[in-house]
Design a binder for this molecule. Structure first.
Ligand SMILES: Nc1nc2c(ncn2[C@@H]2O[C@H](COP(=O)(O)OP(=O)(O)OP(=O)(O)O)[C@@H](O)[C@H]2O)c(=O)[nH]1
Ligand SMILES: [Mg+2]
Ligand SMILES: [Zn+2]
Length: 329
């Protein structure tokens, strides 16, 4: 049964002037919304009862009505979310939602500056599995790729995980620029968010995908500074006509400490069945662990090597997950 549809139908009965909209920008009190059928951008406030329960976020589908006292609109209903990008605040046990209703996540990474960080990508992949949203990895700045790392190995790793990837450059003269077109075809009809470190080119990629029509604030990397400048400061939904994209601010590191160790195992569906091969259920998969399946693997074999890399990523994340005691969760 389509709950959203029912909520829409009922609301139309009650409020003839009601309108379906999507949240483009969300702040504490005010929301920028796009009225879907008119493609009109308006400002809205939100009913207090709704704010008390859950703060509307970018991507939320909402119902609006005009206000009598004000030229703004009022959000009186937030439709059920298909999915959410979130993390938990461990201390308060609250869930912090960043965006909702996404069809895909672009994990954007640079192959030059800032340098490629395989474990950061592993972290993002862990999150996308937790959120249950398909991931696509973007190797960006291919025009500057100079074999700084083993790209072929990374590609094989993503293939083995069933994660799609693109090699892209936003420089028009690069031979990788044509990949922007292929990516655009894949994104048609979808709502997608760009995640990744500051300076990897998320905003510029969205501009390229718009065919240059949308000019987002995109910073020059300061000479000698390899970190991004945190140019984008708010998550916002951008209407590219055939599809929607969310531009979000970059993060330097991505903590996964709010995922419990048990939950973490479920975020590694490639390793989970292999853990069962170890002799002891509580195996720590160390070199000294007796009967550990992973110690039998052969580093000369590509598939095994990928498994060992994934195990390494898993162990790093588990260490982090174990820093939060159970009682705090
Ligand atoms: N050479 C090259 N430079 C690029 C490419 N894509 C982006 N850049 C440059 O990288 C810098 C950072 O790009 P942004 O789009 O601002 O990066 P961002 O990921 O949005 O960064 P934040 O908003 O800080 O999170 C800018 O100087 C871009 O021009 C590319 O494909 N090739
Ligand atoms: Mg940006
Ligand atoms: Zn083991």
């Amino acid at each position: 049964m389509d709950v959203n549809r029912i909520c829409t139908t009922f609301s139309h009965l009650w409020y003839l002037e009601s309108m379906e909209a999507k949240i483009i920008r969300s702040s504490k009190r005010e929301f920028d919304c796009l009225i879907l059928d008119k493609k009109q951008e308006v400002k809205a406030v939100c009913l207090r009862e709704i704010l008390k329960k859950e703060h509307p976020v970018v991507g939320d589908k909402v119902l609006l009505r005009e206000m009598e006292s004000d030229d703004r609109f009022e959000i009186y209903e937030v439709c059920e979310r298909q999915n959410e990008i979130f993390r938990r605040i461990v201390r308060s046990r609250k869930k912090k939602v960043i965006a909702s209703n996404l069809d895909a996540i672009l994990i954007v990474t640079s192959v030059s500056k800032p340098e490629y960080k395989p474990f950061l990508i592993d972290r993002y992949i862990t999150r996308t599995v937790q959120w249950n949203i398909p991931a696509i990895v973007i190797f960006n700045k291919m025009d500057e790729f100079d074999n700084q790392f083993d790209l072929e190995f990374e590609k094989k790793k993503f293939e083995s995980l069933g994660v799609n990837y693109f090699e892209i450059s936003n420089e028009v003269n690069s031979r990788y620029f044509s990949q922007v077109e292929d990516l655009r075809s894949l994104l048609r009809g979808k709502t997608t968010i760009c995640l990744g470190q500051s300076g990897v080119g998320k905003s510029r990629l969205i501009s390229s995908l718009s065919g240059g029509e949308i000019e987002l604030l995109s910073a020059r990397l300061a000479k000698g500074v390899e970190k991004g400048a945190h140019t984008t400061t708010w998550a916002e939904l951008i209407d590219l006509g055939e599809f929607f994209m969310v531009d979000s601010p970059g993060v330097r590191t991505l903590s996964i400490a709010d995922i419990s160790p048990d939950e973490l195992i479920e975020c590694f569906p490639d390793l989970e069945p292999l853990f069962g091969q170890c002799k002891f259920k509580d195996c720590r998969h160390e070199k000294k662990s007796k009967g550990c399946y992973f110690n039998e693997l052969n580093e000369e074999n590509l598939e095994d090597l990928i498994t060992l890399h994934r195990l390494h990523a898993y162990k790093k994340m588990r260490e982090e997950a174990e820093t939060i005691p159970d009682w705090q969760r």
